[in-house]
Design a protein around this ligand. Structure first.
Ligand code: UGA
Length: 429
């Protein structure tokens, strides 16, 4: 079993640390946020993530998982250091690597010969080589290994995705380093692909951009379906039976969001531009996504005789269901637009979503779905939380000023809604 240091206790770092501890390794997870470290040390993970609190508690109980403040404490004694720090969107769409570089400068003098530094965060092509150069510049010993080991976990199913991945990708120029990293995953049942660092980095971006493309594509098809009275749900069912297409990532909605797709598609476009390729397909995947948000706003506008002062009830603020993450949420973007057009918007999210009021000044967030639609002229469903299906729609109908629903996730049954007297508008049907 190995001594693993993890720098960064965000979604990726915390999951990596807890799962490696579960796999039997001795793990130290570092973060710069002392309050967060104190909470984590008590087993309070602060995010909605199925199975992760249990894994953290298990690691704390077995002492295989420890939390410390500052990267240095995770790196000093480690055989592997996983870099899991944020790589946010820079001003030109590029991935901002300043945090990575600062961490590398901090840990470089402390690393022992034979330590492998692994890029786990999504970092642009060339970053593993950059880390190697920066380590040398910052005075690290020569006998270090570097590797890229991109993470493919989804929010909401992070621990399950880490422990049961579709594949493990390891990019390293030194085959001995690749073998050592692969041994960390000995008890994980998945194909292991060993390649060079640039290919590993590209696999991550190409995968996320492909998935974003799938969603943009199905959103465009849904819009066409509306124009020709086809039903996108039947259409995607008919498409999905072909295994070359598959059923997954074919749900139309208000567009993709979250902490990954928007940042990663922009970064890939930036990488392409750097080598003189305008990558029009990817540019259009991104613009199609922005237009999709605008389409939801148009549907709300169309449902009202006038927008100014009209009341809108919103269900769902997170970027997808089963997470409490509001980052780059299409629901927040749509809500901001509605408020900007003078509508009075009251929103409910099962995870609270109170901090959405910081992102959308003027938005009111309530703690009850019925309160959100009381006196509303239209109800807009923006996130696919399952609980919305099971609410009492007779009560909803009685509470609203006008019976009108814009269902941007195709969550509700149109026939049942129309039966209750609602004007119902979904996506692509
Ligand atoms: C995504 C990838 O799925 C992970 O494999 C990857 O590791 C992660 O990004 C990352 O790079 O860290 P995540 O951001 O958690 O994971 O969210 P997804 O479940 O992929 O959903 C992304 C967006 O697409 C959401 O806004 C979701 O609502 C939307 N979506 C997804 C649809 O509108 N329709 C679909 O059919 C699927």
């Amino acid at each position: 079993m190995s001594r693993v240091g993890v720098v960064g206790a965000g979604y990726v770092g915390l999951t990596t640390g807890a799962c490696f501890a579960h796999l039997g390794h001795d793990v130290v997870v570092a973060d710069i946020d002392a309050d967060k470290v104190a909470r984590l040390a008590k087993g309070d993970i602060g995010i909605l993530e199925e199975g992760l609190p249990e894994l953290v508690s298990e690691g704390l109980a077995t002492r295989r998982l420890r939390f410390v403040v500052g990267a240095a404490h995770a790196a000093a004694d480690a055989e592997f250091v996983f870099l899991c720090v944020p790589t946010p969107r820079g001003t030109e769409g590029n991935a901002d690597l300043s945090v990575v570089e600062a961490v590398v400068r901090e840990i470089a003098p402390l690393l022992r010969p034979g330590t492998v530094v692994v890029n786990k965060s999504t970092m642009p092509v060339g970053s593993t080589a950059l880390v190697a150069r920066q380590l040398a510049k910052a005075g690290a010993v020569a006998e270090l290994g570097v590797a890229s080991n991109p993470e493919f976990l989804r929010e909401g199913t992070a621990a399950r995705d880490f422990l049961h991945p579709y594949r493990v990708v390891i990019g390293a120029d030194d085959p001995a380093v690749a073998v050592r990293v692969s041994e960390l995953y000995r008890d994980v049942q998945a194909p292991v692909l060993v390649t060079n660092p640039a290919s590993a980095e590209m696999i991550k971006y190409a995968s996320n951009a492909f998935l974003a493309m799938k969603v943009s594509y199905v959103n465009a098809i849904a819009n066409l379906c509306e124009a020709v009275t086809a039903d996108v749900r039947e259409v995607t069912l008919g498409m999905g039976y072909d295994p070359r297409i598959g059923f997954e990532f074919l749900h139309p909605g208000p567009g993709w969001g979250g902490s990954c797709f928007p940042k990663d598609t922009a970064a890939l476009l930036h990488t392409a531009a750097r080598v003189g390729d305008s990558f029009p397909l990817l540019a259009s995947v991104i613009s199609t996504n922005e237009e999709q948000r605008d389409r939801v706003v148009s549907k709300v506008r169309d449902a009202l005789d006038r927008t100014d002062g009209r009341r809108v009830g919103v269900w769902g603020l997170t970027f997808k269901a089963n997470t409490n993450d509001l980052r780059d949420s299409p629901a927040v973007a749509v809500t901001r637009h509605l408020v900007g057009e003078g509508m009075s918007v009251r929103a409910y999210d099962p995870m609270g979503g109170e901090s959405a009021t910081d992102l959308v000044p003027g938005l009111e967030v309530v703690t009850d779905p019925y309160e959100a639609c009381a006196d509303a002229d239209v109800l807009v469903v923006l996130t696919e939380w399952d609980e919305f299906r099971w609410l009492d729609f007779t009560r909803v109908a009685g509470l609203m000023a006008a019976r009108s629903i814009v269902d941007a996730r195709n969550l509700l049954d149109p026939a049942a809604m129309r039966h209750l007297g609602f004007a119902y508008v979904g996506v692509g049907r």
